[in-house]
Design a protein around this ligand. Structure first.
Ligand code: PMP
Length: 456
């Protein structure tokens, strides 16, 4: 039972003492005080199915017993020491994490968040290539610090301040649903149907167009066509679970390397088995990146992030001291280590594929039934459902109508995420321990809320 300050007091403290720009999640924000695997409980004891995993942060389940036990054991022994002394946990954990990555991706830097990870990746890429310019995709999210906000390319997350977009360019987003060139059936999805196919003879014209546009960015924006890096999410998260035409990232990585740059894969949302068919999202695109950045699910909610790169690239950091007080502390490493074990022991990648495909199929069925469901996409437990006012023109659903449906789902016990540049995409990224029964319940609740909206 909850015995903290009252709902009203909590709301008042939030208004007075924390940043006034906090994201208004729900018209009447939830007061959450307890989590148990895929469930959350509010101050009144109401139970919710958490389909957003605290923004994809909880990978193996809220307060997972094995992760909790690892943390408790470490708390009793040693809280903190970083690079100045040796501690086996950081090395053991880094070795285990590196073993999950392909190719020569073997050197691990531990940090505390996704923004920090991408900030370090910027530094590595610029030092290694001796180039300065960086390309990301419009609609990307790569962080909120003063360097990484420049990589992020969505107006709601942008503060105009000098230097933020310093030599960072945004290429057109290869969004097959709302982008100008289509390409919807060229996504790598287990559940696609032949609807609105924009391609001919098995060739994705959209993909060609987007690659040409990226190439033109090299010509028009970059000094002598040279760049330090391209950053990309394997599937855009905050941007609304946008999946690119099948070979886009592979071809983009080739172009980047031809022009002297490194390819950085931001796996903050897509890593650790979430996409089901692979452990890392980039593996679904048949690329081996030069740098991989991670956060969120890596620590199941504990502040932890990582940058993994090759020994050759890592060498550039030896020219000065690189130091991070909390990066790689024993508590974070104990947690990270347990998370890796749990993903394997409980077959969570397979579960992401099974339950995710079940959910995708369920949403596809609903999409074919209700016109206001415009698009269903994603892989594993990284799913997006885009709501529209008109399924022919794909005009986005009015935000207030979207929020009505979203709030109704909450009132019926299911917490969805939301996102997309128009704020009209349901984001489904639950803890990976979710079951088919939970998925069935979520689909029923969602359909109920959609029906209710249509009857209003
Ligand atoms: N990259 C991606 C893909 C993200 O979704 C986020 C957070 N939404 C970040 C980086 C930044 O992570 P953090 O909030 O931990 O700084």
């Amino acid at each position: 039972t909850y015995n903290g300050p009252s709902y009203e007091e909590t709301l008042k403290m939030r208004k007075e003492f924390v940043t006034p720009s906090a994201i208004p999640f729900y018209r009447k924000p939830l007061l959450i005080h307890k989590g148990e695997m895929q469930f959350l409980y509010d101050h009144k004891g109401v139970k919710y199915l958490d389909l957003f995993g605290g923004i994809v942060t909880v990978s193996v389940g809220h307060c997972h017993p094995k992760v909790n036990a690892a943390l408790e054991e470490q708390i009793k022994t040693l809280w903190h020491t970083t690079a100045i002394y040796m501690h086996p946990k950081i090395y053991e954990y880094s070795e285990k994490l590196a073993s999950k990555l392909p190719g020569d991706l073997k050197v691990v830097y531990l940090v505390n968040s996704g923004s920090e990870a991408n900030d370090l990746a910027i530094l590595l890429a610029r030092l290694y290539t001796k180039n300065y310019d960086i390309i990301t995709l419009k609609n990307a999210y790569h962080g909120g610090g003063t360097s990484t906000m420049g990589l992020t390319a969505q107006a709601p997350w942008y503060y105009p301040a000098p230097g933020i977009k310093n030599s960072i360019h945004h290429a057109m987003n290869p969004d097959p649903y709302t982008g100008i060139w289509g390409g919807k059936n060229c996504r790598d999805s287990p559940v696609q149907t032949k609807r609105n196919c924009d391609c001919t003879h098995g060739k994705c014209l959209a993909e060609d167009n987007y690659i040409n546009q990226l190439e033109s960015e090299f010509k028009y924006s970059l000094p002598r066509g040279k760049l330090a890096a391209m950053f990309a999410e394997s599937i855009q998260g905050v941007g609304g679970t946008v999946q690119f035409p099948r070979n886009y990232l592979k071809r983009a990585a080739e172009l980047v390397r031809q022009n002297g740059g490194l390819f950085v894969s931001d796996e903050v949302q897509t890593g650790f088995g979430r996409t089901g068919d692979h452990y890392w999202g980039f593996e679904g695109h048949e690329i081996i990146p030069d740098i991989v950045t991670m956060a969120k699910g890596i620590g199941n909610g504990f502040p932890l992030g990582a940058v993994v790169t090759t020994p050759k690239i890592a060498q550039v950091l030896t020219q000065a001291i690189h130091f991070n007080t909390f990066g790689g502390n024993p508590l974070a490493c104990a947690v990270g280590n347990a998370v890796l074990d749990v993903i394997d022991e409980e077959n969570l990648q397979q579960n992401a594929l099974d339950v995710g495909s079940y959910l995708l199929k369920g949403f596809e069925t609903l999409r074919d039934k209700y016109d206001i469901i415009g698009d269903v996409r994603g892989k594993g437990l990284m799913i997006g459902v885009e709501m529209v006012a008109n399924s022919d023109t794909r005009k986005p659903m009015e935000v207030n109508n979207f929020i009505d449906i979203w709030e109704r789902c909450k009132d019926m016990g299911v917490l969805f995420g939301k996102g997309g540049i128009n704020g009209n995409v349901f984001r489904i990224k639950p803890p990976m321990c979710i079951t088919k029964e939970d998925a069935k319940f979520a689909l029923e609740v969602f359909e109920g809320a959609v029906k209710n909206q249509l009857n209003n």
